[in-house]
Structure formats: C-alpha cells, structure tokens
Design a protein around this ligand. Structure first.
Ligand code: F6P
Length: 326
C-alpha cells in the first residue's frame, strides 16, 4: 500500500465564501496525518508556472472567517491543453508532490479528472461554488453564504420597493442553475422566481398580473436567475413592460457582491468537514473523486458523476412560493 507523503493544494474557478476555511482544514488534516502540504497559487496556472509554497499550520491561522481565497484563483486556459498539463506534471515531479487536492466547481473538476487519468495522479476535489450545481453533494461550500447575502440585499430592496409601491426584478447568479434564485425567493418572501430549469416565466408573471398583485400589495419582488435563455432580469422586465406598460418596474443585478463576505457558520462547518474528508479520501486510496455530503454523511463521488449529472432543484418550492405570495 502506497501512502501519500506530500499533497499539492489549489483553488480554481470562481471563488466562494468558505474556501479559506476549507484550505485551513485540508492543511491541518494533512499535517495531522504526517502529510506535507504545498500550496499552489492562482489555480492550475500556478501549477504550470511553479508558484508554490510549503504550508505549516500557522499559514492557515486566522483565515476561517475570511471570504475569498488566500491562494488566489484563476480560470486557466493553458491547463485545457495537453502541453499545459505536461508542464503541470513536471512541476509536481520537481516539487515531490504525489497527490492533489483541488477546491472549486465543475470546471476545476473537469481539468482534475483529465489530469488524474493522464498522469496516474490521485486527485480529490472539494466542492466550492456559490451555485450549488454539483451532483452528488447536497450542498457546496459558499452556497449558504451567498444565499444569505442575497436575502439581506432583497430585504433592503423591499424597503424601497414598498415605499414606492414598485415591482422589482432582481437578478442573482447561478450560471445555469436555479438553486440560489429559488431558495432566496422563498427566504425573502418574493412573489416569484424565474429559473432556467423550468419554463414558467410567462405563466408565473401572467398569473401574478391576473391576481392583481400590485393592487393587493405595496411591493412585488421577482427573483430572476441569470440566464442567456431569458436574458436575465433585464430581458424579463423588458418583456413585461412591453405587455404591461402600466407597471413601474425596476431592475437590480446583484452581481459579484454574492461571491464575497465572511462565510456563514454552516459554510464554515461544511468546509471544515469536507477539507478533512479530502485527506481521509487520499488515505482511503481514492484517486479521482469529489468529497460531498448527502443526508449529513460524507460521501465520495467520482468526478465523472459530479460534473456530468445535473442536480435537480426542488420544484415543489415554486408551489410554496405561489401559495405564500397571495
Ligand atoms: O460559478 C460561480 C459564478 O459566480 C456563477 O454564478 C457566475 O455565472 C460566474 O461564476 C461568474 O464568473 P466571473 O466571476 O468569472 O464573471
């Protein structure tokens, strides 16, 4: 049996609150188990250029509460090429790194899967993305914090929406996934959510209008997931204004505010748990898996499954929204 002696650790793709808590957990769990930790800066780019520093436990002190990633992050095009990955492997050999722990989302794991196969290197992924769009884990690190950030922003917008008796379309992130939109809509008492998974925009808006929602309420909030298909909040608002010019509608795009901030307790616990689980996975001789949580138990999910399978949003929440927005 071969025991891993030295891991490389990197963060890649969009940052997510809780990444630092996960970096801390990976580092300390590795050192606890007698494994050396080499921190790789700027994602796969740093693996190619050799931007690496050995970490001790003190290097991750006082970061559990910080947003962003102390390792920096990047979306690296060179790693998508064979030549780039070859350079990355040469760095691993030079540094004596015999396994990788990568923190990120589906783009990060797609690269990790190819690299692990090509060079026969054990790679374990820790799911970090505000989008919550990885199959095989109930939650990703950063999602809960982003959800709370959105909820707080919507609460503030509700104040001005109320004062002016206006309708607001608020756009949230999520790439092609509606988890943030749907759950933030329920949490902030919004009237509707428009999400890419379900073609309900016309129905939902028409139904709201039929109900005369502006007549019975001081304000109305519709959360719209970013999406090329709908054109996001701007696209939806423009279509509504064309049909119903009587509405005094406004659009707010929350943008990158959703990616920052101190992680919630729930994200810190998840990050600590999954960071430590990544080291357990390597000790269990796992080679190409993401660690996740399902029903509060740690699970190992092959990269293939985590990336390719789409995770379903809970559609019954749309009914809850409808019932509660009368
Ligand atoms: O994957 C996280 C995410 O914030 C998505 O929700 C969003 O579509 C994308 O990243 C934005 O990426 P960037 O910060 O590179 O513009």
């Amino acid at each position: 049996m071969y025991q891993v002696k030295c891991i490389g650790m990197l963060t890649s793709g969009g940052d997510a609150p809780g990444m630092n808590a996960a970096i801390r957990a990976v580092t300390r769990a590795a050192i606890y188990n007698g494994i050396k930790v080499k921190a790789i800066y700027r994602g796969y780019k740093g693996l190619i250029t050799g931007e690496i520093k050995e970490f001790q436990t003190q290097n991750v002190s006082n970061i559990i509460q910080q947003g962003g990633t102390i390792l920096k992050t990047a979306r690296c095009m060179e790693f998508l090429t064979e030549e780039g990955r070859k350079l990355a492997f040469e760095t691993l050999q030079k540094e004596g790194i015999d396994a990788l722990v990568v923190l990120g989302g589906d783009g990060t794991f797609t690269g990790a899967r190819i690299f692990s196969q090509e060079f026969n290197i054990p790679v374990v992924g820790v799911p970090c993305t505000i989008d919550n769009d990885l199959y095989g884990t109930d939650y990703t690190i950063g999602y809960n914090t982003a959800l709370n950030t959105i909820m707080e922003a919507v609460d503030k917008i509700r104040d001005t929406a109320n004062s002016h008796e206006r309708l607001f379309f608020i756009e949230v992130m999520g790439r092609d996934a509606g988890f943030l939109a749907l759950n933030s809509a329920v949490a902030s008492g919004a009237e509707a959510a428009i999400i890419p998974e379900i073609q309900t925009e016309v129905d939902q808006l028409e139904e709201l209008i039929q109900r005369g929602f502006r007549k019975s309420k001081n304000s109305s909030i519709v959360i719209v997931a970013e999406s090329d298909a709908t054109g996001g909040a701007i696209g939806v608002a423009e279509r509504l204004k064309k049909e119903h010019p009587e509405y005094d509608a406004r659009v707010t795009i929350l943008g990158h505010i959703q990616r920052g901030g101190s992680p919630t307790a729930s994200d810190r616990v998840l990050a600590s748990r999954l960071g430590a689980a990544a080291i357990d996975a390597l000790l269990d001789e796992q080679r190409s898996v993401m660690v996740g949580v399902v029903n509060d138990e740690v699970v190992y999910v092959p990269f293939n499954k985590a990336i390719k399978h789409e995770k379903d949003v809970n559609e019954s929440l749309l009914d809850v929204l409808k019932v509660l927005s009368i």
